[in-house]
Design a protein around this ligand. Structure first.
Ligand SMILES: Cc1ncc(C[n+]2csc(CCOP(=O)(O)OP(=O)(O)O)c2C)c(N)n1
Ligand SMILES: [Mg+2]
Length: 371
């Protein structure tokens, strides 16, 4: 199973391989709505960067099914150790949308007060661990956390997301080895979007798949069509149930495609053929799912229009709300670090605030971000 592609929904929206959906119509509509909202969120995030309203954006266009349908199989108190292309999970876990824009801006509404790269969300209240800039570091974190869950006999699991390029990092191998030996309740989801910035998968690895790498560590592994909501959901669900029942880890390779550039600082047209892009545009996970839902009468044209309008309004309101907030105060440099600020630092804090009053606040509008 580690190299054969698991697929239940073809590009024309037809069910294949004798698959019958296990989710009811209400849940299917919910998944569709989330994907539409996430696409709009993503589109506007990039536009905000282009308009100079935020410094950097990193998108998930084309990878909505891969992260949304997989996270949908989790319980709310399971843990996520994310990469940077899964904002739909935060939307699903009901983090207020404006908070995500606050994070991009780095204002006082951002839980990290601008001390993380834009789009590197961190939401403790929904068990969404801070996104790591250094690739693959989240993978051993997920294994450690899930080892603790097993040790403490909690019936929880940890899911970690990472890219194809990240499987070349030592952390990936260290984590898989430990998880295989100690049978930790970890679900490893590799979002193989076939590119690591400008490095294609063919230059990334000589293995015939990413999934096959899991077998070497004694981990059950699957390669799934990552643009197929049904295949992603079913395979992840089984892996989660197995982990919860003490059956150990699973590696899932979601074979997908990054429809956008790597980030707002990248231009994929410089290294990727238009032909390849056009081919994958036809495999868009939202369009495929939409075709299925339409053909089954689960949604109709009016429903699609109203959901798109709703998503637009929600995102507009969230951006408006986020942009009203101020920059984090200077005090937070100290108060975010210490519950009880030592007296010498209190003095430094006072001096700094006095200095700011004396000089006035400066505005840095350059917003340049190199990555
Ligand atoms: C340890 C480390 N090396 C290099 C980088 C720079 N970098 C940021 S994203 C990226 C590509 C990652 O590709 P992949 O793991 O496939 O994830 P994708 O961006 O395709 O989702 C690189 C090389 C980094 N952040 N961390
Ligand atoms: Mg990649």
């Amino acid at each position: 199973m580690s190299t054969e592609l698991i697929k239940y929904l073809d590009e024309e929206g037809n069910l294949i391989n004798n698959y019958k959906p296990s989710l009811d119509e209400k849940k299917l509509r919910y998944l569709y709505d989330l994907m539409i909202l996430t696409r709009e969120f993503d589109d506007r995030g990039l536009k905000l960067q282009r308009q100079g309203r935020i410094g950097f954006y990193i998108g998930c266009k084309g990878q909505e099914a891969s992260h949304i349908a997989s996270a949908f199989a989790l319980n709310d108190d399971d843990w996520i150790f994310p990469s940077y292309r899964e904002p739909g999970i935060l939307i699903m876990r009901k983090v207020p949308l404006y908070k995500l824009f606050c994070q991009m801006i780095g204002n006082e509404g951002d839980p990290c007060h601008g001390r993380q790269m834009p789009c590197h969300y961190s939401h403790r209240e929904v068990n969404f661990v801070s996104i790591s800039s250094p690739l693959a570091t989240q993978i051993p974190h997920a294994v450690g956390a899930s080892y603790a869950m097993k040790y403490n006999k909690e019936k929880k699991v940890a899911v970690t997301y990472f890219g194809d390029g990240s499987t070349s990092e030592g952390d990936f191998h260290v984590a898989l080895n430990f998880a295989g030996v100690y049978k930790t309740p970890t679900i490893f989801i590799c979002e193989n979007n076939q590119w690591a910035i400008s490095v294609p998968i063919t230059k990334q690895t000589a293995s015939e798949s990413i999934a096959i790498k899991g077998l070497a560590y004694g981990i059950e592994s699957f390669k799934v069509d990552g643009n197929d909501v049904f295949a992603v959901y079913e395979v992840t669900k089984k892996a989660i149930e197995k982990a919860r029942d003490g059956g150990g880890p699973t590696l899932i390779e979601n074979y997908t495609y990054r429809l956008g550039s790597h980030s707002s600082s990248d231009d994929a047209t410089r290294y990727r053929s238009n032909q390849e892009y056009e081919l994958w545009l036809k495999k868009d996970p939202i369009i495929r799912f939409e075709k299925y839902l339409l053909s089954e009468g689960i949604i109709n044209k009016d429903y699609i229009d109203s959901q798109k309008k709703f998503a637009e309004e929600e995102i507009n309101n969230a951006i408006k709300q986020a942009e009203k907030l101020k920059n984090p105060s200077l005090e937070t440099l100290f108060t975010d670090v210490y519950e009880d600020i030592p007296s010498n630092l209190k003095e430094q804090m006072k001096n700094l605030i006095d200095e700011q009053k004396r000089l006035g606040e400066s505005e840095d509008n350059s917003l340049a971000f190199p990555l």
